[in-house]
Design a protein around this ligand. Structure first.
Ligand code: GDP
Length: 444
């Protein structure tokens, strides 16, 4: 995401440095390029203008020019204004302590609303809540079934009624009633109907639910890939419903960044979460400071650390380390660890979160880490458990069988075994101790 705005902004920042000394002219030229970068990222003209005016007001003047490092000061001002543009954000969802809370999810058809209902339910369940999903999208054929399947995947109950005899309002009211009566759920998530475009009928339906069910939160799901259209629909939805937050979906796609940068400024409503993949665990809290850093090519180590902490727990790390020390770290362990890294997201996205790696990745565009990992997984997958634990048993015959099983060349199998040998050796050396403590220190 954001490849081109990051590249354009960095070019603009180099304009500040032309001639080795920052002058008012350099600042104005650089800001002109920042302006262009924002417009190309599909940020609206008005938002861009206001942004540049603010930066210019702070950047032009003696205070900056006479500072120790004027260029860094200007870059810092751009960063801070990007943070201000997207924030502040309150991530709370107005969840009540002793009563059932209701979250109403709205959005256009195809925005990712139903999927996001599942993602949010999964997240809340992980936090110890007992969510109930309510299938009130009677507009889109198969939406009820889709929600049911999602509910099954994440182990969350789904309330639905026969669409021929019910209405969206009735489903919502009855869903909430059921949660209150049985006490089985503490949060009800309403998956309301979308339309292809905002229209009066949709708004009337949603307003009726809003008025009669009185949700504690109304969240709008917008597709980040639709840029300014997403921003405009957010404005319309907010005028009718007073939404509390936006969830920007498909941020993993080819989005230029315009929606993420403009929603707050145009609607006054913050982005609370972002969807970063189709899978149900791909929902992240939106942090303006981290996003600004990512957009400027500075990475986002904090999100990366949080992802890693979710996947690897300290005791498991200690167990693996013990195995390494004893030289017992098998190919099976290797595969399990690799799977955990992969479950954090596409390699390219993970690497971009490391400061400075974004630019390097562009240079190494032909390296497809995900493909390489899939190949390794396939090879290990074709080994018996005994072979994974004792790779030294893999002779020529076994090697050929594994190659056929995984659709690779026997030399690929040999290469993996060689790599494993050197990695295992290296790990034994590294596992001298202290890793668990380091890990614990990072978690604090
Ligand atoms: P709805 O009509 O708004 O309920 O949309 P759906 O939930 O059915 O989603 C439409 C499509 O977008 C589906 O193919 C989803 O898998 C996909 N989708 C939803 N959220 C994301 C996301 O964050 N990233 C990506 N890449 N795809 C998503």
């Amino acid at each position: 995401m954001f490849e081109s705005i990051t590249k354009n902004l960095n070019e603009a920042f180099s304009a500040f440095r032309i001639g080795g000394k920052l002058t008012e002219k350099n600042i104005r030229d650089g800001l002109q390029q920042v302006r262009q970068a924002l417009l190309e990222a599909d940020v609206s003209y008005d938002v861009t203008k206001e942004f540049i005016d603010k930066v210019a007001e702070e950047a032009v003047g003696d205070k900056v020019l006479k500072s120790l490092d004027p260029t860094e000061q200007v870059v810092g001002i751009v960063y801070q204004e990007l943070v201000n543009l997207m924030g502040p954000v309150d991530h709370s969802l107005a969840i009540k302590r002793n009563d059932v809370s209701v979250i109403m999810m709205v959005g256009l058809q195809g925005s990712g609303k139903t999927t996001t209902c599942g993602k949010l339910a999964r997240l809340l369940k992980e936090q110890g809540h007992r969510p109930l999903l309510v299938a009130a999208d009677l507009q889109r054929p198969a939406a009820i079934e889709q929600l049911r399947v999602i509910g099954e995947q994440i182990g969350v109950p789904v309330y639905s009624e026969d669409p021929k005899t019910s209405s969206p309002l009735k489903v919502c009211q009855n869903g909430v009633k059921q949660a209150k009566k049985t006490g089985d759920a503490d949060i009800v998530i309403l998956d309301t109907a979308g339309r292809l475009h905002v229209d009066d009928e949709l708004m009337a339906e949603l307003e009726a639910i809003d008025r009669k069910v009185r949700p504690d939160q109304a969240l709008l799901v917008c597709d980040a890939m639709t840029g300014q259209d997403a921003v405009n629909s957010a404005k319309t939805f907010n005028e009718a419903l007073e939404i509390d937050g936006v969830i920007l979906s498909k941020m993993d796609g080819d989005t230029r960044g315009g929606a993420a940068l403009s929603v707050k400024q145009v609607t006054g409503v913050p982005i609370k979460f972002i969807g970063v993949g189709e899978q149900l665990d791909r929902l992240e809290e939106f942090h303006p400071d981290r996003m600004a850093s990512r957009i400027m090519g500075g990475g986002d180590l904090q999100t990366l650390m949080e992802k890693a902490q979710r996947e690897f727990d300290a005791d498991d790390m200690e167990r693996q380390q013990q195995k390494m020390r004893e030289g017992k770290f098998s190919l099976e362990d290797f595969r399990n660890q690799m799977r955990k890294v992969r479950s954090m997201g596409p390699m390219k996205e993970i690497m971009k979160m490391i400061p400075g790696m974004g630019g390097m990745l562009d240079a190494a565009d032909n390296v497809d880490a995900d493909k390489e990992m899939s190949r390794i997984e396939a090879i290990i997958g074709s080994m018996t458990m005994d072979e994974r634990e004792n790779p030294q048993k893999i002779d020529r015959n076994r090697r050929n069988r594994i190659a056929i099983g995984s659709g690779c060349d026997p030399t690929d199998v040999s290469q993996l075994l060689k790599q494993y040998d050197s990695i295992a050796g290296m790990m034994k050396g590294m596992a001298g101790g202290g890793m668990k403590d380091q890990w614990k220190a990072m978690r604090q």
